[in-house]
Design a protein around this ligand. Structure first.
Ligand code: CMC
Length: 426
């Protein structure tokens, strides 16, 4: 099939490509050569920037698939490490592959001892995401034997290192902020259990892992593992397209994730719910969200792709109740969240604009109940998303059609003009 695009009486045919599911795409790579025109698509709302086999989202139906598997099934039946394997390798592992992958990851959980001194250069009140950007970027200065992107073995080791070290790096950022000693990883624990111990344990006494908390956090990691070509993943791909090493690319992804419109929304959503405080104040905030002159938005609501309930929010809404019940926490924020959701979903403004709760709406409530400060929320998102980033980076490195990313622009500045010496300027 082809699409005909005609400009100034000249038309040309462009191939229409069909994915395995989802909308067809018009391959316009020859458009500029044929017509001398670019397309204009700020925010890439109509642009597929790459071909990918990893994650599929149907935003209208509220469907999210990793390598074909629905996210609800993975969240209920799988583990984060298994999902990481799936994203990286394309198939669920058999028992032997699972054990080998677990072995490989757990053998990379420690970080170079010199990195501890790197942390000590930060202020104690540094935001964990500032530390994560710096420390992850610095990994390329510590692991020279896995920065040659043309060597498949080095690429694989870099992937394993990143997945394995992110919990250690994030836990160290937390420990540094509260002035407690860093804890070395314990490889006898699960990926998520080890992270909980490194975060909340102390050297003075054994740390007992609550299985409900471990399970809920593992679910949160699974739900954040990948999400197609979102802003931070596109950033990782763009950085990688120039040949930058994977540690530098992931540091770029972390920087992008930090923004409140992306990964920072979980922190902002909980702060908003706390600011609302009690269900009676919800109408005031709904009115603000609808007011065009007020920059306030309902954080944890709306999504560029989902125009239906975010399937991740559904899983987390249920998990929030379970975790709070198990921990015996009665948090009025959960009541406020449920009531806000109920009111917003029956309000014309939100119905018309198809604004539904997204993954960030309930995740903060769970993380807060587990004991994480809000400043750590986005760091946990980065920890989990590293698997998606690195899977997407790996896929891009093996893509023969991959080119350096180089968008063009619609230039609206001055046309050519001559330099005026300082003395002659008015
Ligand atoms: N509250 C109130 N109004 C909203 C909201 C909201 N949360 N989100 C979008 N709108 C309105 C917006 O004002 C606009 O109205 P109008 O057409 O009258 O100008 C319309 O809906 C479309 O908004 P948009 O900004 O053009 O949509 P977008 O696709 O560019 O933005 C978004 C998507 C996620 C940035 C946005 O919905 C938002 O800012 N949400 C709050 C932040 C948030 O929760 N982000 C987490 C996203 S999920 C996690 C992730 O994947 O990173």
């Amino acid at each position: 099939m082809t699409a005909t695009i005609g400009i100034d009486g000249n038309s040309a045919d462009y191939p229409v490509r069909q994915g395995s599911v989802g909308p067809e795409v018009i391959d316009i790579r020859k458009l500029y050569g044929n017509t001398g025109r670019f397309t204009f698509d700020p925010g890439f709302t109509s642009t597929a920037a790459c071909e990918s086999k990893i994650t599929y989202i149907d935003g209208d139906q509220g469907i999210l698939l990793h390598r074909g598997y629905p996210i609800e099934q993975l969240a209920e039946k799988s583990s984060f490490l298994e999902v990481a394997y799936l994203l990286l390798n394309g198939e669920l592992p058999n028992a032997k592959e699972h054990d080998e992958f677990k072995y490989l990851i757990t053998r990379h959980t420690m970080v170079h001892e010199q990195l501890a001194t790197f942390y000590r250069g930060f202020r104690r009140d540094a935001h964990p995401m500032a530390i994560m950007c710096g420390v992850v970027g610095a990994l390329s200065a510590f692991y020279h034997d896995s920065t040659d992107i043309h060597d498949p073995m080095q690429r694989e080791i870099a992937c394993h290192r990143l997945i394995a070290k992110m919990p250690t790096i994030a836990a160290m950022a937390y420990k540094y902020s509260v002035g407690q000693p860093f804890l070395y990883p314990d490889n006898s624990l699960s990926y998520t259990g080890n992270f909980l111990r490194m975060t909340f344990g102390v050297p003075a006494e054994p740390y007992v892992i609550n299985p409900v908390v471990e399970d809920a956090l593992d679910k949160i990691f699974i739900l954040h593992a990948d999400h197609e070509q979102n802003a931070s993943t596109s950033t990782v791909r763009l950085a990688g397209s120039s040949g930058a090493n994977p540690f530098a690319c992931i540091a770029a992804g972390i920087a992008c994730l930090w923004g409140p419109a992306h990964g920072g929304a979980n922190e902002a959503a909980l702060e908003m719910l706390r600011q609302i405080g009690r269900p009676e104040r919800i109408p005031e905030f709904i009115a603000r969200a609808k007011n065009k002159d007020d920059p306030f938005r309902l954080m944890g609501f709306g999504h560029r792709v989902y125009k239906n309930y975010d399937p991740r929010a559904k899983v987390l809404g249920e998990a929030a109740t379970k975790v709070l019940d198990t921990l015996g926490i009665s948090d009025p924020v959960l009541d406020t969240a449920r009531e806000l959701e109920r009111i917003a979903l029956s309000d014309d403004y939100f119905i018309e604009k198809k604004l539904y709760p997204n993954v960030d709406f309930y995740s903060g409530i769970i993380l807060s109940a587990i004991g994480f400060p809000t400043s750590m929320f986005t760091a946990l998102f980065a920890l989990a998303r590293t698997t998606g980033w690195i899977a997407q980076w790996t896929e891009m490195m093996g893509d023969s059609e991959q080119k350096i990313g180089r968008p063009r622009q619609l230039y609206t500045g001055h046309p050519r003009r001559d330099y005026v010496p300082l003395a002659q300027r008015g």
